[in-house]
Design a protein around this ligand. Structure first.
Ligand SMILES: [Zn+2]
Length: 344
């Protein structure tokens, strides 16, 4: 089969559950690796703080690996840095993190959105990188931005434990906090749309191991519906871990897609969401991409394709030591599967 769609058209069609010439390769989260950093001389931490390096490293997902998306926001802490959280930027082989032992907020009234939220160097880096990529690649490839949801921002700004305790003790206060923090998600998302992002990944770490499906419904479903309404591009929700107990609610949000973890099988996941939302995933990171070979990677890709997952990619930000060889097995398997389908 010859390609008749551009990568961008293919991704946007799959996010809308419209026909595609082949299943798109999509990474709503980071594809950065140490090997790719060396290849284009764009290492962490500079590639998380300088727009040219950020754009150059992100582009390798398209130019070197053959994905249909370019996703420049490797970290989950760009806006938290702009909010005033203390960031440990780390070195080339490690992810930057928020120093959560020093929370910046304790009460709903502490929540203040700084005037420079989207012009702070660590958020402007993202919008500038998106502009560079849009200029360089035009409309040929889908550019995916990222804006963190209020639950994740709660962890960063209040600390994980204090925020989870608050959610147990005082639902009213928790909802007030989430309602105030949601404007951060909107503002940073809007800035990336204006810079040229085609879609936004929205990680909101109500993860399977920390909170329940009932929690998702109580605290997040309505907020996520609001994001889908207020942000004008397709939204890809990202939540790690086992999430089948909340996929029904997630499917009700009106978001374009859910980026799901390999702790959920492709079959059970497609059955729950039933075409109300596209699925993106779900090649396992720690076992498969990091420590197995291309054949095991290929087998997981096939399982997702057979189950009808609309966009194929790793389940989450890949380990920085993942090999290029393993990553290339993802697009190759998708191409081969479609060739076989066309023959039969
Ligand atoms: Zn994740």
């Amino acid at each position: 089969m010859t390609s008749s769609m551009t990568s961008r058209e293919r991704v946007l069609a799959a996010l809308a559950r419209e026909p595609v010439d082949r299943t798109p390769l999509c990474n709503p989260t980071s594809l950065a690796t140490v090997e790719l950093m060396d290849l284009v001389d764009a290492p962490f931490p500079a590639a998380n703080r300088e727009p040219e390096l950020m754009a150059r490293l992100a582009a390798t997902g398209y130019t070197e690996l053959g994905f249909d998306t370019i996703m420049p926001v490797f970290t989950i802490i760009q806006e938290s840095s702009a909010l005033g959280c203390k960031i440990q930027w780390e070195q080339k082989d490690n992810w930057p993190t928020v120093r959560m032992s020093e929370p910046i907020w304790h009460e709903p009234d502490d929540i203040k959105i700084p005037a420079d939220l989207c012009t702070h160097p660590d958020t402007a880096c993202v919008t500038e990188a998106i502009k560079i990529l849009r200029k360089e690649y035009g409309d040929e490839v889908a550019i995916v931005g990222k804006t963190m949801g209020p639950w994740s921002l709660g962890y960063h700004c209040f600390g994980v434990e204090p925020f989870l305790l608050l959610s147990l003790d005082d639902p009213g206060k928790t909802k007030l906090c989430l309602d105030r923090m949601k404007e951060i998600t909107i503002e940073f998302g809007q800035a990336q749309i204006e810079a040229g992002a085609d879609a936004l990944c929205l990680p909101d770490h109500a993860t399977g191991d920390l909170v329940s499906g009932e929690y998702y419904e109580r605290y997040l479903r309505d907020l996520h519906i609001e994001f889908a309404e207020r942000l004008s591009v397709p939204i890809i929700l990202h939540i790690c871990g086992r999430t089948v107990d909340r996929m029904e609610y997630i499917a009700q949000t009106g978001m374009a897609a859910f980026h799901f973890d390999s702790k959920n099988t492709p079959e059970e996941s497609t059955q729950i969401v039933r075409d109300r939302i596209s699925l993106v995933g779900n090649i396992n990171n720690p076992e498969t991409l990091f420590s197995k070979g291309p054949e095991v990677v290929g087998a997981e890709v096939l399982r997702n394709l057979e189950a009808g997952v609309q966009l194929i990619g790793p389940e989450c930000a890949i380990p920085l030591q993942t090999s290029i060889e393993n990553l290339k097995a993802i697009p190759r398997t998708v191409q081969e599967w479609h060739r076989d389908q066309a023959r039969n």
